[in-house]
Design a protein around this ligand. Sequence first.
Ligand SMILES: Nc1nc2c(ncn2[C@@H]2O[C@H](COP(=O)(O)OP(=O)(O)O)[C@@H](O)[C@H]2O)c(=O)[nH]1
Ligand SMILES: [Mg+2]
Length: 304
Amino acid sequence: MNLLKLLKSPCHRADLELKGNELVCTESGRKYPVIDGVPSLIAEHSYTPETVDDECDVSVLILTRDEAGNIGKQLESTAKILKSLGATYQLVVIDGHSSDGTVEEALSAGAKVERQSEPGYGNAFREGLNLCRGTWILTLDADGSHDPNFVRAVWAQRNNAEVVIASRYAGGDAKMPYSRMLTSKLLNTFMSRALSLPVKDLSGGYRLYRRAALSDIELNGRDFNVLIELLTKLYLKGYQIREVPFFYKPRGEGRSKAALIRFALSYLGSCWRLWRLRNSIEAADYDGRAYRSLIYPQRYWQQK
Ligand SMILES: Nc1nc2c(ncn2[C@@H]2O[C@H](COP(=O)(O)OP(=O)(O)O)[C@@H](O)[C@H]2O)c(=O)[nH]1
Ligand SMILES: [Mg+2]
């Protein structure tokens, strides 16, 4: 027997259709999540999609791991700001198998939610990018550190660069434990010098990308290092990167998943690979840098 036929939507007493991991009211289009195979017909869990699934101005991409108490607020505030800016949007959440109700909270806030298939922030990030359909992709953390009010400043710069970074270190500031702040600043300074990138905040995840610029970039980073990998590869292609000052707040509920040592190792581990790429002929500014090189034979050869 088709059990779906027995069910009616609580909002209109109408038939329900199963679409992906949601039951959809055939009368109103209101959506009810199916969580781990159990349909939830509770009104608070349902939503009427206001977001556009196909083409839209912005895809909001948020990665989550145990962010209950944070993700709902973050999605709602971001959606409100985008609405006030007149932008159409979709909300995409890639979840790292949270066990605290993050998925339900994200679904109630109207997001398209997928569980990541491979572990690690980098894998979730890649899977998320593949689902984004917007002209721009806005990435931000779920935990309340990335205040959605800064979306306005980031959005205002969208036509001036392919990547706009809400930057803690280019005129902004960060409220975080001293040890973390020091490690983060040292790492960012070292990496930006080593890779000759004119960017002060390489590791922050609050960014707006022009999606078309990402189309032929292949990412390999499995962890947080994917953020610097993407920035380096975009810069190599000659794309513009712009930083706007931003104030990073302490997270809301829960704990950070970025263990300091693992975080630093993951960045330094990518450094050699990215350095080789940065200094290869693949870089858009290779000729210009060789022309001004401190290495005489290279300069001579280029200026000949
Ligand atoms: N899907 C997914 N999200 C993650 C993973 N690790 C961290 N996140 C999310 O990525 C964002 C940044 O992580 P967070 O722990 O706040 O790192 P921190 O800000 O550097 O301390 C948060 O929204 C996390 O929930 C992961 O392995 N998978
Ligand atoms: Mg955080």
